[in-house]
Design a protein around this ligand. Structure first.
Ligand SMILES: NC(=O)c1ccc[n+]([C@@H]2O[C@H](COP(=O)([O-])OP(=O)(O)OC[C@H]3O[C@@H](n4cnc5c(N)ncnc54)[C@H](OP(=O)(O)O)[C@@H]3O)[C@@H](O)[C@H]2O)c1
Length: 294
């Protein structure tokens, strides 16, 4: 297949491009700067433009764009950038998919769609939640509507916490645990809906290839764990104790109510759509994923 990838320079994008190529697909990459390689094509999401030839004969578009949601205090400007960098590129790509009659659009989204769901088991049939990230994610998903209206197969990847040795959440947590500063965050009972980076790339390729996969897809491993258990297993992997804890209230004061959502919200999420469609995880259990990426 010919697959056009936006956000290909990111953590998830780089892994996906390698995964698609390893399985014989032809990949074109959209870039916001001058193209520097034969497979790169220019686009400008705020101006709504994409190099016309980038779209010729494309079978599927995958969109993995979005500015980082890194820990820290989130200012109004930063939150606006988080929204714009997701919703605008999605709208531009969905319009292109509709205009050019492209069969498939696979779009990034997040498990934050559900809001804080406590210990309840959540699959794709659950309703959208409340809070900054849940509302952002709902608008992000709605931005694919032009493609859906035009009859494209649209997949919305409700991705959990991606585990990689090269970025994402472990980039912040691993050094703390290595220095003996690891511990639970809040009361530690919140579920962490993790997935390994290799499984994320494989699941995204699966969504591109499988005509039966459409709509929301939880991209999480089948066995989420609580924050306490997550930190304990990371400590065990690094042979370090994890005795500390940071109280909820301290984190709220330090980071503000929105930036604590990805840390304190609980998602006991299950990958029902992927399992129903026959996807096989390489890393079903956390210890397997940590052994592969840490
Ligand atoms: N990593 C995770 O654990 C995780 C979990 C859930 C959801 N997601 C979502 O999956 C997507 C990719 O995540 P990632 O970890 O790969 O992120 P990343 O490493 O920060 O990469 C982000 C990508 O988005 C592009 N981008 C940033 N701002 C943009 C803008 N204003 N317009 C167009 N493109 C823009 C960047 O391209 P340039 O090179 O042009 O800057 C880059 O390729 C994000 O939307 C993220 O929210 C990630």
């Amino acid at each position: 297949m010919i697959v056009l990838v936006a956000g290909s320079s990111g953590l998830l994008g780089r892994a996906l491009v390698a995964e698609l190529r390893a399985h014989g697909h032809q990949v074109r990459r959209l870039v916001r700067r001058d193209p520097a390689a034969g497979d790169e094509h220019r686009w400008n999401p705020p101006a709504g433009t994409i190099d016309e030839e980038a779209l010729d004969d494309v079978d599927a578009v995958v969109n993995l764009c979005g500015s980082p949601m890194t820990p820290g205090r989130w200012s109004h400007a930063r939150k606006q950038e988080m929204k714009d960098s997701r919703i605008e590129p999605t709208e531009v790509l969905a319009e292109a998919v509709a205009e050019r009659g492209i069969a498939t659009m696979v779009n990034a989204s997040g498990i934050d769609y559900y809001g804080d769901t406590g210990s309840a088991v959540v699959d794709e049939s659950a309703a959208g939640g409340s809070g900054f990230l849940a509302e952002l994610t709902t608008h992000w998903e709605q931005a694919t509507q032009a493609a859906e209206r035009a009859g494209a197969r649209v997949v919305r990847l409700r991705t959990g916490v991606v585990l990689s040795g090269h970025g994402g959440m472990l980039r912040y947590l691993t050094p703390l645990v290595r220095f003996g500063l690891g511990g639970r965050l809040g009361d530690g009972t919140q579920y962490v809906p993790w997935i390994s980076l290799p499984d994320h790339a494989a699941a995204t390729r699966f969504a591109v290839e499988q005509a039966a996969v459409r709509g929301p897809v939880n991209v999480v491993a089948p066995h989420p764990v609580t924050n306490t258990e997550f930190v304990r297993q990371l400590g065990a992997r690094l042979h370090r104790p994890t005795p500390w804890f940071v109280p909820k209230q301290a984190m709220r004061l330090l980071l503000g109510p929105d930036a604590v959502e990805p840390i304190l919200n609980s998602h006991n999420a299950r990958p029902k759509a992927l399992l129903d469609a026959g996807f096989t995880f390489r890393h079903e259990h956390l210890h397997q994923a940590l052994a592969a990426v840490v």
